[in-house]
Ligand binder design. Sequence first.
Ligand SMILES: [Mn+2]
Length: 305
Amino acid sequence: MKRIDVIPYGCSAGGQVSGSERGALDLKQNGLIERLQSSTLDIKWQYDPKEIYDTDFGKKAHENLPPLGSQERKEIVLWHCRRIQNDVLKALKKGTLPLTIGGDHAMAAGSISAVAKAKNAYGRTGVIWIDAHPDLNTPDTSISQALHGMPLAALVGMGDENYVSLTGNEPVIRYDSIVYIGIRDIDPGEQDYIDRFGITAFTMDDVNRLGIDNVLEQAKAIITKDTDAQVISIDLDGFDPEDVPAVGSPVPHGLKPETTLPALKKLMKEIDFDLIEIAEYNPMLAGRDKTRDFIEELLKTLLSD
Ligand SMILES: [Mn+2]
């Protein structure tokens, strides 16, 4: 029996559009996770997302967020990242698979560093990053100063000192164990890092040219080479906004569910991931129901035998 701890990340302060702090809360109220429970799948919320929503860093902090780039704004994100880091560690220590649900993608610095810590896999953690954006900015390259554009930079050891130190004293990920899939909105500074460090990046053009099955086959080889842990982090905006509309930074012409989900299902049979992450669900935006239905399909795909 597969056991899964669903961990909420109730923060949108790392992004430019608020609302995703309620993503996990919305899924809890909808009963989506409970519907996935089956004879072969033991899936539970590690705790009620409301617990976080009711703290000073939840609803209250999000009612009047300090400006992007300010220390106060950063403190809110760091609080949530530390929380999710602890929660992921807890799940891994008791032998369950953590499934993190957010919330802005800044969460990844907390969740993925927890995997490295629990598995003693600093510099040996492979990551598949499905996203429209590379999230590889640093405060020097970022136009918006939003931390949700910086988690991968932090995980390789670049960027804001406080954000980087959250991930530990050494890089969590090596450049050669990252695989981007679906990126199509790339800032110049990010493209420069991708080129300079030789990061494997399958843009949407690459996916359309090679086919998603081929791309995932190559991704599998890269994230398992010289690694002791594997993570799949999915920003919902990696998918096409026609199918998955309720995201804060939509970019047209994304991954299509009808081809991507079967390919992901195959990948899940071949790799025993240590963390599954779903980011940027914003139930306050148009297309909530459609997006929620997609998340249910996605989770069925990722978790079923
Ligand atoms: Mn992202």
